[in-house]
Design a protein around this ligand. Structure first.
Ligand SMILES: Cc1cc2nc3c(=O)[nH]c(=O)nc-3n(C[C@H](O)[C@H](O)[C@H](O)COP(=O)(O)OP(=O)(O)OC[C@H]3O[C@@H](n4cnc5c(N)ncnc54)[C@H](O)[C@@H]3O)c2cc1C
Length: 457
């Protein structure tokens, strides 16, 4: 009897425990046929921006090629589609990596019920994380709300070695017509500038970063003007590579340790979201419900300037334009642009988070919403509200030669070196570039005043 392998955020063949489980199940029934399925769910596809769609489309093409063209792509609600495909395949089990996000977990419960009603089973093996959300606990059995102790306990908990490839891959099945025919990978317009996509590209990227970037990661990871980070976030987002594969290659040297700590942030935020699913929409710290935000046409205009990279603050604008051009932004610049929206424009973090999630190719609910809440002060950070990033000094510090700004803000290309961060001092060389939409010093004071009105912890 064949089994079904339903791919979601694990678009790879190697180090894939769900694939091994699907193969084992088929073999236990004297078969080695696995139907590889991807369901294009309109609830996830419709809100995705150009970068996410283009990435997914290319990643599915790559996966399909690695499965010899056997990937069955079906469009529709998984609660209907998955049981239909399982029935058509004559499969007793459908195999997945567990999804811990609020939508994915609820969807999987519905699919499992629909399968059970027809005498079939949804089997969850592994997850997109080195340690599944919910596993790292304090000694009293409760969850961590602060990163540093979580990280310590996560390291102590440890993780499995990467899963080994099967001696022989399954016989992948897809029919040319009928209920196991593929509806095809969705086309996506290539409006964004993407690097190579797919499992092979992810493994190559990791090899190149290990060779050329990892040793200097600790010193360069905050510099958006140089390629100092791994660029793996979208590969991880889509499961083209598993974090376990990365962790297995790390040792205890300082740069490797810093990199492991960054992977732990991803695991921490997934853990927090799993325990508090409502934190995707509302403040983790409920005191922030009383926060005063700006609204109305002026606020809308400032929001539009932020989205389009026309705030008049070069470091912020470079980041927002990078997001639109590439569907990616450097972490330091994500923090500065997010802080600007919340603390200089006084807009609710959810507005910015939605824009990011739509446009990021690595858009991930847990890392994004909690990255935003961290900046806004309503999340997992212990002493946050007085941290108001100065967009000019941040730029001068982390892009000292102005190269990052000149790369993305064409109007500032005539400004030499660090002058790119202060165009108002050189108006003739910055023609066409907008004046700052706000006075940072005044808005910083206003942000602190508003934070001061919140109830004490
Ligand atoms: C406001 C805001 C929104 C963010 N939204 C997302 C998002 O939607 N998706 C996403 O993957 N990351 C998000 N991040 C985290 C971080 O910015 C990106 O993971 C990182 O920039 C990706 O680039 P990289 O792969 O080169 O990172 P590297 O520096 O090479 O880090 C390696 C990996 O560690 C993980 N990581 C690193 N930093 C963080 C972090 N602060 N939080 C969680 N994981 C981290 C990522 O998986 C990353 O790929 C956000 C951060 C902020 C401040």
């Amino acid at each position: 009897m064949p089994s079904v392998l339903w791919f979601r955020r694990d678009l790879r063949r190697h180090d894939n425990p769900a694939l091994l489980a699907a193969l084992d199940a088929a073999r236990a029934d004297g078969d080695d046929t696995v139907v590889p399925l991807f369901v294009l769910d309109p609830r996830l596809w419709e809100p995705a921006g150009a970068a996410r769609r283009a990435w997914l489309s290319r990643s599915l093409h790559a996966l399909d090629a690695s499965l010899g063209g056997a990937l069955v792509v079906r469009h529709g609600d998984p609660a209907t589609v998955v049981p239909e495909v399982a029935a058509a395949a004559g499969a007793a089990t459908v195999h997945v990596a567990a999804d811990f996000g609020p939508y994915g977990a609820a969807r999987d419960r519905t699919v499992a019920e629909a399968l059970e009603a027809a005498g079939r089973r949804l089997v969850r093996t592994g997850s997109p994380y080195a340690v599944a959300p919910g596993r790292v606990l304090k000694s009293d059995g409760t969850a961590y709300r602060v990163y540093t102790p979580f990280h310590r306990a996560w390291e102590a908990h440890g993780w499995r070695a990467p899963a080994e490839d099967p001696g022989r891959w399954p016989s992948w099945r897809r029919d040319r017509s009928g209920p196991l025919a593929s509806e095809g990978v969705p086309a996506a317009r290539a409006e964004v500038d993407l690097p190579p996509v797919g499992e092979a590209a992810a493994l190559e990227r990791w090899d190149a970063f290990r060779r050329d970037g990892l040793a200097s990661y600790g010193g360069l990871r905050d510099r958006p003007d140089v390629a100092g980070t791994s660029g793996l976030s979208a590969h991880l987002r889509w499961g083209e590579i598993h974090p376990r594969t990365l962790l297995a290659d790390l040792d205890d040297s300082p740069s490797h340790t810093v990199f492991r700590k960054e992977l732990a942030w991803r695991e921490f935020y997934a853990d927090v979201l799993h325990r508090e699913p409502a934190s995707a929409r509302t403040w983790l710290d409920p005191r922030f419900a009383a926060m005063e935000h700006d609204g109305g046409p002026d606020a809308d205009e400032r929001f539009a300037a932020w989205c389009q990279g026309r705030t008049g603050f070069p470091f912020v604008d470079a980041g927002m334009r990078q997001l639109l051009a590439e569907g990616w932004m450097h972490n330091r610049v994500r923090m500065v642009t997010a802080s600007f929206l919340v603390k200089d424009l006084h807009l609710p973090w959810r507005r910015g988070a939605r824009w990011f999630l739509t446009h990021l190719r690595d858009g991930d609910l847990a890392s994004n919403q909690h990255g935003w809440q961290w900046v806004a002060g309503s999340g997992t950070d212990a002493a946050p509200y007085f941290r108001v990033f100065n967009p000019v000094t941040q730029g001068l510090r982390f892009d000292p030669g102005g190269e990052y700004v000149r790369r993305y803000v064409a109007e500032l290309r005539a400004l030499p070196g660090a002058a790119a961060h202060e165009p108002w001092k050189h108006p003739l060389l910055a023609a066409g570039y907008p004046a700052p939409v706000v006075d940072h010093a005044a808005e910083r004071a206003e942000a602190l005043r508003r934070y001061g009105t919140l109830p004490a912890r």
